[in-house]
Design a protein around this ligand. Structure first.
Ligand SMILES: C[S@@+](CC[C@H](N)C(=O)[O-])C[C@H]1O[C@@H](n2cnc3c(N)ncnc32)[C@H](O)[C@@H]1O
Length: 249
C-alpha cells in the first residue's frame, strides 16, 4: 500500500478523522438562527466518516450532502447512516472540495470540520460562498493560535505545516473581508483532541501495524501521528481548532 492508502486505512474505522465532539458541533449549530418549518439544504465538506454529519442529521430538519475525496470514508458514513436510520437525510458524494458540482445559492448551511485547510481557509471562504444562499451560514473549524505569542518550536512547526495558521482575530478579518458576518466563535476544548481523537488513535496503532506487517511505511505513519500528538500535548495551551460560524451577507 502507498502511504496515502495506509493513512486512509489507519483513519477509516475511527469515529472522527480530526479533533471535535458532538457537544461542539451542537454548540456551533446553536449560533444559527434557523427556520423551524422549512427543510434545509446542508453541505458537509470533508466529512470523513461523518462523526459530525450524523449529529447534524439527528438535529436538523435537513437534507445533507456529505462530501469527501475518499470513498473509504464515505462507505463508513453510509453504514452509520443506515445504522442510525438516517439514509433519507444523508447523501454522500465523492468529490474534491475544490471542484464541487453545486449550484449558486443552493445551500442554507455549509459545514466543514477540520477540512477547509485542504484548500486553504481564505480560498475556501471565497469558493464556498457562491453555494450559500444570502443569509445562509458557514461553520468551519480550523487550526488557530489561541494566545498572542508562542514558543518558537510550535510556531515553526505550524508555519511549515500550514502557513495560513493565525489568530482568531486575523481569521475573523478574512471572514469579514470576504462577505460574511461572524455570528459565533469558540475553540475546541483539549478533551476534544485528547479523549475524542488522540486516545482512540493511539489505541489503533498496534492493530494497524499488525495488519500492515509492521512495514516501514506503516511505522512512518504511526511515528508521524505520534509526533503530532506529542506536540499537541506539549503545546496545547497555544493552539486549537477555532470554530467559526458566519452568515453570508
Ligand atoms: C481532518 S479530516 C476531518 C474529517 C471530519 N470532518 C471530522 O472532523 O472528523 C479532513 C477530511 O478532509 C478530506 N479531504 C481532504 N482533501 C479533500 C478534498 N480535496 N476534497 C474533499 N475532501 C477532502 C479527508 O479525506 C478527510 O476526511
Amino acid at each position: 500500500m502507498t502511504e496515502l492508502e495506509l493513512i486512509i486505512d489507519f483513519h477509516k474505522n475511527s469515529e472522527r478523522q480530526g479533533p471535535g465532539s458532538k457537544k461542539e458541533t451542537l454548540k456551533a449549530l446553536g449560533f444559527m438562527d434557523l427556520p423551524i418549518t422549512q427543510k434545509l439544504k446542508v453541505a458537509d465538506i470533508g466529512c470523513g466518516s461523518g462523526g459530525q454529519t450524523i449529529t447534524l442529521a439527528q438535529n436538523l430538519n435537513a437534507k445533507i450532502t456529505a462530501v469527501d475525496l475518499f470513498p473509504e470514508f464515505l462507505s463508513e458514513l453510509n453504514e452509520k447512516a443506515k445504522k442510525f436510520g438516517l439514509i433519507e437525510k444523508i447523501k454522500t458524494l465523492e468529490k474534491s472540495m475544490e471542484d464541487l458540482p453545486f449550484k449558486n445559492e443552493e445551500y442554507d448551511i455549509i459545514w466543514s470540520e477540520g477540512a477547509i485547510y485542504n484548500i486553504g481557509f481564505e480560498n475556501g471562504l471565497k469558493k464556498w460562498k457562491d453555494y450559500l444562499k444570502v443569509g445562509g451560514y458557514l461553520a468551519v473549524s480550523e487550526i488557530t493560535w489561541i494566545t498572542y505569542s508562542r514558543p518558537k518550536e510550535i510556531e515553526d512547526f505550524w508555519k511549515q505545516e500550514y502557513p495560513e495558521v493565525d489568530t482568531a482575530s486575523n481569521k475573523i478579518k478574512l471572514i469579514e473581508n470576504n462577505g460574511y458576518s461572524l455570528v459565533g466563535y469558540f475553540y475546541l476544548k483539549p478533551e476534544s483532541w485528547i479523549k475524542n481523537y488522540y486516545k482512540p488513535m493511539k489505541e489503533r496503532f498496534k492493530a494497524f501495524l499488525e495488519r500492515n506487517n509492521n512495514s516501514s511505511i506503516a511505522r512512518k505513519v504511526v511515528d508521524e501521528h505520534n509526533a503530532e500528538m506529542e506536540l499537541y500535548l506539549k503545546y496545547k495551551e497555544y493552539y486549537s481548532y477555532g470554530f467559526y460560524i458566519a452568515r453570508k451577507n
